[in-house]
Design a protein around this ligand. Structure first.
Ligand code: NDP
Length: 422
């Protein structure tokens, strides 16, 4: 298998289920692997549809549309996420195909293009990026750059007449969020922030179980989501620089706990409190905070407490304690392996490709004129809340977050089922 730079361990430090298959795997095989039913000891049994050579529609993996009905994507930034996950997701996607690459490293881009069948005419760098306007094979720009660069490339993509799927966090400042939303509206093109967990079956089952009130009222949500960082790893180097990352682990992975708390409770927090900590003398944390411990109060009475860090062991555990039972998602945000426990019932499904589902959702929203699950306002809400959490940590005071935001689309109800899990 061709070795590409930047395909080492992914940015989150968790290695479970990491994809190692060759790229030119057929979609049928890919679907078979992804939809291999539930693991032993789980709640439901599902037919192994691949045995008959047919994708199981309940697993949400119908065959891809003909190429002329798929939307073309330009992937911007060929780093760990793009090379480790996004490029392969096009194999599993139904409505999305990759037609262009944008990179500062032409040799790498050429190798990736050859591997994924992207024509050389579809290779751009950051300087000539605006020429994507002349390429009708590009409908969507998928931004996988360091956080602080998202706004510039999203705005340039909108000016080129393209739709934008932007990695989380949407960007690092409220001003940039507003500029991105304004550019999207001015261009009449859609903006979606890539919250893949909102398309992930275990997370969706958790949301739907709570919305149905099966466990009674949500009382307390806890989330501890963090990992270590290696200052020698280029993918971690920008994460430790305020100008590129915005802040430390909160903007990178703490955001998963924040976003999950919001979609699990189904409300918006009205007050946050926080403490920030960095170990004296740790050279990694000269610009960004390390540990953030924070609480949030929701208007219906639910409380959140959680933490994030760039120096503790990789963990991504979420627990929801309700009046009549406890729900645990652990792991909650791996790429290819989650585990959900609802009271004593364990649900551990074989992985689906969250990135493919997210891209397909965006394509469907574009072609059919539907709202996207995580639009610009939704991405901006997390940025605004994270800035409030950091302010609470810096000042030691509670910060009101009761600014009246209401999300346009609840993933619990607006992400189509098709997974046989609702
Ligand atoms: P990497 O550092 O691995 O990749 C970023 C790429 O951006 C680089 O490889 C480089 O690509 C390009 N780049 C352009 N300018 C710069 C610069 N000044 N410094 C560094 N890189 C630059 O980061 P990740 O792939 O881990 O993360 C990218 C984005 O994706 C982040 O916003 C992150 O939050 C998000 N992410 C989301 C995940 C998810 O599960 N949804 C998981 C991991 C990350 P090139 O060499 O081609 O120019």
């Amino acid at each position: 298998m061709l070795a590409l730079p930047g395909t080492g361990a992914h940015g989150y430090g968790g290695e479970k289920g990491r994809r190692t298959s060759p790229i030119r795997i057929s979609r049928r095989h890919f679907v078979a692997g992804a939809g291999a039913g539930l693991a032993a000891g789980t709640a439901h049994a599902q037919p192994r549809a691949e045995a008959a050579g047919q994708p199981d529609p309940r697993l949400g993996t119908p065959p891809p549309l003909p190429e002329d009905r798929q939307l073309g994507f330009a992937v911007v930034g060929l780093g760990k996420l793009a090379l480790g996950e996004i490029m392969d997701a096009f194999v599993a996607a139904r409505r999305a195909k990759v037609t262009a690459l944008v990179s500062g490293n032409r040799d790498k881009a050429l190798r990736v293009a050859a591997r994924y069948g992207v024509p050389e005419t579809g290779i751009y760098d950051y300087g000539n990026f605006d020429r994507i306007a002349e390429n009708p094979a590009i409908d969507v720009v998928y931004i996988a750059l360091p956080n602080a660069l998202h706004a510039e490339f999203a705005i340039r993509a909108f000016r080129a007449g393209k739709h934008v799927l932007c990695e989380k966090p949407m960007t690092t400042t409220l001003e940039d969020c507003e500029r991105m939303i304004a550019a999207s509206e001015a261009a009449g093109r859609k903006l979606m922030v890539a919250y893949r967990c909102q398309f992930e079956p275990h997370n969706l089952i958790a949301m739907r179980t709570l919305r149905r009130g099966e466990l009674g009222a949500v009382r307390v949500v806890t989330a501890d989501i963090g990992r270590g960082t290696d200052p020698n790893d280029p993918s971690d180097q920008w994460r430790l620089k305020r100008a590129l990352a915005g802040s430390g682990s909160l903007f990178d992975i703490g955001i998963y706990g924040l976003n999950a708390a919001r979609f699990l409770v189904g409300e918006e927090p009205v007050e946050v409190r926080a403490q920030l900590y960095k170990k004296p003398g740790d050279p990694r944390f000269t610009e960004v905070e390390d540990v953030v411990v924070w609480t949030m109060r929701f208007p219906g009475g639910a409380q959140f407490h959680g933490s994030t860090s760039y120096s503790y062991a990789f963990t991504n555990a979420i627990q929801v304690t309700c009046d009549n039972g406890v729900l645990v998602l652990n792991p909650s945000m791996e790429y290819h392996a989650q585990r959900l426990q609802i009271r004593d019932r364990v649900i551990q499904m074989s992985p689906i490709d969250q990135f493919a589902r997210e891209m397909d959702h965006f394509c469907m929203a574009i072609t059919e004129g539907l709202p996207v699950v995580a639009d610009g306002a939704e991405g901006m809400q997390d940025v605004r809340l994270m800035l409030a959490i950091l302010e609470a940590g810096r000042t030691g005071r509670a910060v009101s977050t009761d600014w009246g935001y209401r999300r346009a689309a609840d993933p619990a109800t607006s992400v189509p089922d098709g997974l046989g899990v609702a």
